[in-house]
Every structure is written in structure tokens, then in C-alpha cells.
Ligand binder design. Structure first.
Ligand code: GLV
Ligand code: MN
Length: 197
């Protein structure tokens, strides 16, 4: 979903002070082979958190080589019983492939239709841009996926954290009405997500 580059490459200068739609380029004279390679997805992420999952991002912020190219990738580790909680990417579609384990992948459309499938090693999925989706480990062992995006910076909004863990907090009467529950239920959920990421 990102716009096309106007030059071969533009290794992001993350420390530049000018603000553009993306990042300005590092001087070509300072570019080396290492700028086009990234080993951040080689390491397993910690799944010791409330969701039992970890998303390691290879976006422009961690891998400046993707700047202006309209692509990026993530590594998703999910412990048994864990999930990558419902979330959406405002700037990108997503494709993914299961490398290890068994995973339920699902998304909901703007018309609230739920599409899902159980996937195993080598099987691939696609999530259309902006739609809420999740991956749940339905196996006995850990699950590993790699995901790919048509954006250098897809953005990720986790539904539960966004609504119940925002700063400042959303007024309770908005959430009690939206979810048709009492304030004690809203407070209970908020207590799980306050100051979590
Ligand atoms: C998985 O949904 C991801 O965003 O990497
Ligand atoms: Mn996603």
C-alpha cells in the first residue's frame, strides 16, 4: 500500500531531524552491504506474556533498508495455548506462512463475516488490508509463522489493548454502552491492559 520508490534504494536515516512521509536516505557513500540484510527475525521472541505470543518486526524502524520499498516482514512466535490477539494493520495487507506447528488463522470483514482456517506447516494465508485478524496456536507444540506486508510500516492496532489500555483511558460510559456491560466488567478488563503493550 506504500507509494513506489523514486530511486534504487533509500536506506532510512532514522536519526534525521526532518520529518517526511517515511524517512530520508542515508548518504549513498555511507551505504554498505549490511544495510540490505537483517538478522532480527532469526531469534525466537519471548512468549512469556498474557497472550503467550510475540511479534518481532522487520519494518523500517528495525530494518532501515526497506525504506521506500513498500515491504516488510514479521516473525510470530506463539506458545501452546497462546495467540497473536485480534489486531489490524491500517496501512497494509498481510500474507503469512506457517513454519512450525498448527495455527487457526481468522479475520472478520467490514460486513462482520468471519473467515478462518486451521493451517499447518507450509500453508499460507492472506489478510486483506485493515481487517481485524488473529492467529491462535491450536497444537501441542510451539508455533512459528512469518508474515509479509506491502508496507514498510504497516502499523498494528491490538483491539483489546487499544480500547481498554489506551492513554488516557477511554471513559467507562463509552465502553459500557459499546459493549453493553456494567462498569465493573469494563474496569476488570481495563485492569488487565492498563500500561501493557
Ligand atoms: C500477524 O498477524 C502479524 O501481524 O505479523
Ligand atoms: Mn497481523
Amino acid at each position: 500500500a506504500d507509494s513506489d520508490p523514486l530511486q534504487d534504494f533509500c536506506i532510512a536515516d532514522l536519526n534525521a531531524t526532518v520529518i517526511v512521509n517515511g524517512f530520508p536516505c542515508k548518504p549513498a557513500s555511507a551505504v554498505t552491504s549490511d544495510d540490505f540484510f537483517f538478522d532480527g527475525l532469526s531469534k525466537e521472541g519471548s512468549t512469556a506474556n498474557i497472550f503467550g505470543s510475540s511479534v518481532t518486526r522487520g519494518n523500517v524502524l528495525s530494518f532501515p533498508g526497506v525504506n521506500t520499498l513498500g515491504i516488510s516482514m514479521n516473525r510470530v512466535d506463539i506458545a501452546p495455548g497462546g495467540m497473536n490477539a485480534p489486531h489490524w494493520h491500517p496501512r497494509s495487507s498481510e500474507s503469512g506462512v506457517v513454519i512450525q506447528g498448527r495455527v487457526l488463522v481468522g479475520f472478520m470483514t467490514t460486513g462482520n463475516v468471519f473467515y478462518s482456517k486451521n493451517l499447518t506447516v507450509g500453508q499460507m494465508f492472506v489478510i486483506p488490508i485493515g481487517l481485524v485478524h488473529f492467529q491462535q496456536n491450536i497444537g501441542e507444540e510451539k508455533a512459528l509463522l512469518f508474515t509479509a506486508f506491502n508496507s514498510q510500516n504497516p502499523g498494528s492496532v491490538v483491539a483489546s489493548v487499544n480500547l481498554f489500555g489506551s492513554t488516557p483511558s477511554i471513559p467507562n460510559d463509552v465502553l459500557t454502552k459499546a459493549f453493553q456491560v456494567d462498569a465493573n466488567v469494563v474496569n476488570g478488563i481495563k485492569s488487565k491492559f492498563e500500561s501493557s503493550t
